[in-house]
Ligand binder design. Structure first.
Ligand code: ZN
Length: 198
């Protein structure tokens, strides 16, 4: 009996585009390390976010996985929207821009805008946002940024929680994961018990 192709299968062309994005991201972020004490290569974060997104999908969405791999490339690696259109396509470029902060603004303002703008993101951009925050909370648990005292880590976790609670259509699977990390981190970072705080 002839097996019809499952609707969940990914084309060879999509697979190749995803690997192109992985290599592109690895090259653009080659000099960048994560903030944690172990200073992992930045591409580890990008692969983690893309994997989280892919595992939360109900059906294939190659452009979304590609955008997850490229989600920090404009903000951190000097790539432009036009570069992304040329190397990938409009859909990918649009998704990446949706999750890119305006670096001309002060850090505090960028963080405020992430909370304010979260509800207005498309469902697909919300998936990248949430996966990004999960990856960052995991890092906060296993390899927190060097030099961040407990209070600063706690403030980061609480801010990430504000961003995520603004998402109007979060993936239930990713939300469950985020909440578990959030609770665990706040447990390990009790308020006002920061002997290292200056
Ligand atoms: Zn990121």
């Amino acid at each position: 009996m002839v097996q019809t192709e499952a609707p969940t299968s990914l084309s060879l062309e999509s697979l190749q585009r995803i690997l192109h994005a992985a290599q592109y991201a690895a090259e653009k972020h080659a000099q960048q390390r994560r903030k944690g004490a172990t200073a992992e290569p930045y591409v580890n974060h990008l692969l983690e976010v893309a994997r989280l997104v892919s595992e939360a999908l109900q059906k294939p969405d190659a452009n979304l996985v590609i955008a997850a791999l490229l989600h920090d490339v404009v903000e951190d690696a000097g790539v432009t929207r036009d570069d992304l259109v040329a190397a990938f396509n409009e859909d990918v470029a649009g998704l990446v821009m949706e999750v890119t902060d305006d670096k001309s603004l002060p850090k505090h303002e960028r963080k405020r805008l992430q909370v304010e703008n979260a509800p207005h993101k498309t469902v697909r951009a919300q998936m990248i946002k949430l996966a990004d925050k999960i990856s960052n909370l995991r890092a906060m648990l296993t390899s927190p940024p060097a030099g961040w005292d407990q209070q600063r880590r706690r403030e980061y976790v609480i801010w990430a929680g504000h961003v995520v609670s603004g998402l109007t259509s979060p993936s239930p699977r990713l939300l469950t994961e985020f909440r578990a990390l959030y609770v665990e981190l706040l447990d390990t970072l009790p308020e006002g018990q920061s002997p290292c705080a200056g």
